[in-house]
Structure formats: C-alpha cells, structure tokens
Design a protein around this ligand. Sequence first.
Ligand code: APR
Length: 320
Amino acid sequence: MSHFFLYQPKKHIMKITVIGAGNVGATTAQRLAEKELANQVVLVDVVEGLPQGKALDMFESAPVEDFDTRVIGTNSYEETKNSSVIVITAGIARKPGMSRDDLLNTNAGIVKSVTSQVVQHSPNAIIIVVSNPLDVMTYVALKVSGFDRNRVIGMAGVLDTARFRSFIAMELNVSVEDVSAFVLGGHGDSMVPLPRYTNVAGIPLTELMKKEDIDRIVTRTRNGGIEIVNYLKTGSAFYAPSSAAVQMVESIVKDKKRILPCAVYLEGEYGFSKTVVGVPVKLGKNGCEEIIQINLTEEEKSALKKSADDVSENIAKLSL
Ligand code: APR
C-alpha cells in the first residue's frame, strides 16, 4: 500500500540527469539539488548500488539543507526519460603521471556508450560533457548523439577561468567576486588564458600585476588540474569542476544567457572547422545560442590554433 504514496512525477517536471556517480557526478548532483535547479536529479552509474546509495544519502540531507529536489539513483536509463539537461561525467579520472589524453580510448568508449543510451530516452535534451579529455569527449558525444551542435557543450573554460580567477584573488588579496577573466582554448596544456580580457573591478589586470606575476599565474592555471591530481594521488579535482558544470546548467535552465567560455564544435568561427574549441558562448534555454567572436592578437591566435590542432589530432585517433 505504501508505494501508492510514493512521489509520482508529473508530466511537466524538470529533470536533470547526471551520468557517473563518482566524485564529479555526485558533487554535481548535490549542487544541482541544493540550488533546486530541477524537480528531479537522476544520478546514473554502472556500479550497482553506488548511485542509489549516494542519491538516497543526498536526499536525506534535504530536510536539513532545505531543498525539495528529488534525487534518484539508478543503473537504468529508463528513469532518465525526458531529461532537459544531461551532464556526462562517466569515465576514469587521472592519476599522477597521467595526462588527460591518456584517458582518450577508455573514456571515448564510455562516453560513446552512455551517450547512445541516454539520447534514446531524452531526444530533446541539452548535453554537457565533463569527462576528459574534454574537447575530444565533447566531439564524441556530439557525433554519437546526432544532436545539433548547440545542444552538446563541453565544460572546461568555466573551470579554467574559475582557477585563474581564484589565483588572481589569492595573489592580490581581493574578493573573487571582483575578478572577471577569460580562458580560451582546449582543456589541456594548450589552454589560452587571456590576461588582456581580465580585470579586477573593471581595472585591467595588467595595471595591477607585473608581467612576470601574470605569467606565473597563467602557468599555474594551465597546470591547475595536475596540481590537484598530485595532491590527491588517487583521483582528480571535483569540487571546482562540479561547480563549473552547475553554472552552465543554471544558465541554461534559467535561460540566463550568460557569456561563458565553453567547448563547442566550430564551423568556421575563429577560422576553425570540424573541431571542438573553447570559446565564449551565450548559454540559454537552447544551449549554445551564440558563439561570440572576439579579436585576438597574433600571439593569442597562434596559441588558440595550437590548442585546436591538439584536439583535431586526438579526434583523428578515434574510431567512432
Ligand atoms: N556508465 C555510467 N557510469 C560509468 C561508466 C558507464 N559506462 N563507466 C564508468 N562510470 C562511472 C564509474 O563507475 C565512476 O563511478 O563513472 C564514475 C567516475 O567517477 P570517478 O572515478 O570518481 O571520477 P571523477 O573524478 O568523477 O571524474 C570523472 O570527469 O573531470 C573528469 O577527468 C575526469 O574523466 C573524468 C570524469
């Protein structure tokens, strides 16, 4: 009898699916629930019991944290049906000594498999890819889903920018809120932080910091992921990556139209085609609603080209 009183989802409920109930996936689900960005957050993993246990534990925090988002854990895609947004975090994470590219083949297989399953149940969803190597995995999800490019977006630039902003705030001892910055390019050693487009409360960074200090922070940002991997030893970062993914989800579900650096498939923008590159985009209810093209110096252009070439090289290694 008791099951008659179980929560009965209504047709118009807003559902967000997170695939992968590991560090990044579980933390993403928690942040989505705590911000009440959906009526339901569905957490999926291949490991039996893992998403169920984490989801139940998370929902048991709801009365204390004061949120009404239902968190559901499952091993089946049936329960992801009609999701508005899907965040893909499934895959293996880096260990010390590994580059993101070392994850290429394993994670391409995983992302291919989860994408093909999830899109059958949510053909109108917007996909946010978090699995690494990010730019290539975004390409895999785009091709396997068959979705238009505005609905498959990779999370990298928001995280890289958050790291850059944190380091600047620490260095200058100012509020992170006042630091506005931009990081373009791939999520790897070839990412392109743009000090020229970075300011603190409107004051250009170049007026507040010496060039060698900016260069040091740029290098630390490029190595931001590995710095955490070297501390943790058994896995990679997840607090900041999940925050970054949730900021993208929020801009989409609230149709905020924020301008955020995201990895998207380019068809001629910035002079690149048939590859995924981190560029500023407008995120709203239709996903990537606009790719914003900013003027770059010759040096920035060649850094972005190197980044795009690295991604294309890895895409060529894939057998989809
Ligand atoms: N379907 C669903 N889940 C899967 C699949 C699959 N086919 N294959 C693996 N997973 C799950 C694992 O069972 C695990 O619970 O993905 C989860 C990954 O979690 P972690 O190992 O904790 O890794 P995490 O730190 O969350 O990173 C996940 O995000 O930032 C990137 O580089 C990172 O590629 C990595 C991904």
